[in-house]
Design a protein around this ligand. Structure first.
Ligand code: EPU
Length: 337
């Protein structure tokens, strides 16, 4: 385990922001991770997973710990399902492809989401009608105070829309080191209701899709709407979709009849932030070397060389404008560092 000094974090965050870490270490084993936290050196530590859900706005004056714990194993398998344990440092999409090669069902709708397996429970990643919590069985996390491993089951994780205990009470207190998924080995439950998926399958004349077909459809849809972080720096949805009350929604409809929405409960409605941002005139707007993506207004992009502070300022301008026009507050989904 080698501790490096003054390392650029540009290759380690999907926004491609060029800030420096005072110290940097890649950790491949649980023993090394525990050793780092047992040591008195470097009291300031910063954990870096896939770097896909953060906007870095300044140099990190700490020891940056790049979690690179690799490996996955089948714990048990029956005729109907399989339990798979995957270590935190595995790339999410590569893991999804591996499950599909084995014909294990459940993660196909979550194809091509950037980031690592270990960070997936933190914000309960979701796309096309499926959330991580649907196949999540448990995760092991290192308690940074006791340096013991604790297991969190689905209930303990308190999953919600882009939210979990790891963004609330447990924030900064644990490091997720592995996740166990329960996937299907037969009679896969397919989720094709999401509009774009069914129309894509129809276009391909597929009436009885396999989980692999669904994954392919999701990949095509995502590639058409979302920029590839390897080409254009971004962090996926920058904002969460806001949830408003039925009363607020009725008022909104008076002025904007066509507003898309999903019912969350009898009292609440979710509005796509992408629509609000587009209506506010920001879709496809560029400000020098950063801006709002042309195909999906929820995504802020770094065309190369932008600073985190510039992108943060743009996000604030968007929030202010959306508030002024719609009287709705949109909250950042990415972590601002
Ligand atoms: N819309 C617009 N303009 C836009 C973007 C969207 O009018 O620029 C409208 C669309 O026409 C549609 C609605 O908003 O009526 C929903 O759009 P979309 O299906 O693209 O989904 P989203 O709500 O914008 C969410 C997730 C995405 C996920 C998709 C698909 C959040 C914050 N985002 O986006 O997640 O891929 O659904 O399930 O919940 C991510 O978290 O990084 C991410 C990309």
């Amino acid at each position: 385990m080698q501790i490096l000094k003054n390392i650029s974090l540009k290759p380690y965050n999907t926004f491609g922001i060029d800030v420096n870490a005072k110290k940097f270490v890649s950790v491949n084993t649980l023993e090394d991770l525990i050793a780092i936290f047992s040591s008195e050196n470097d009291p300031q530590k910063f954990i870096l997973g896939g770097g896909s859900n953060m906007l870095l706005t300044k140099d990190i004056d700490a020891l940056v710990i790049h979690l690179d714990l690799k490996g996955k194993e089948i714990i048990s398998k029956t005729e109907d399902d399989v339990f798979i344990k995957c270590n935190a440092g595995e790339n999410w999409h590569e893991f999804v492809l591996w499950t599909l090669e084995h014909d294990f069902g459940g993660l196909e709708n979550l194809s091509l989401i950037p980031g690592n397996v270990g960070t997936s429970p933190i914000q309960n990643i979701g796309a096309y009608g499926v959330e991580l919590k649907d196949t999540f069985q448990s995760c092991d996390a290192l308690n940074l105070k006791t340096l013991e491993i604790e297991t969190f089951d689905k209930n303990t994780c308190q999953f919600d829309y882009r939210n979990s205990i790891f963004k609330q009470q447990a924030k900064g207190k644990y490091i997720i080191v592995s996740v166990v998924f329960k996937l299907s080995t037969a009679n896969h439950k397919l989720h094709t209701n999401y509009g774009a998926i069914s129309s894509q399958l129809k276009e391909w004349n597929i009436d009885e899709p396999t989980i692999q077909d669904i994954s392919k459809a999701v990949i095509v849809i995502r590639e058409s709407k979302l920029p590839n972080p390897k080409e254009i720096g971004n962090s996926g949805s920058f904002f969460k979709n806001p949830v408003i009350s039925i009363e607020e929604f009725s008022k909104l409809q008076l002025n904007f009849k066509e507003v898309p929405h999903y019912n969350v409960s009898e009292k609440e409605v979710k509005i796509p932030a992408g629509w609000l941002i587009e209506k506010a005139g920001f879709k496809g707007k560029t400000f020098g070397n950063y801006g709002v993506h042309k195909n999906q207004a929820l995504v802020l992009v770094n065309y190369g060389g932008a600073t985190g502070t510039e992108i943060l300022a743009l996000s604030k301008l968007i929030q202010k404008t959306v508030h002024r026009i719609f009287n709705i507050d949109i909250e950042a989904e990415v972590n601002i560092v």
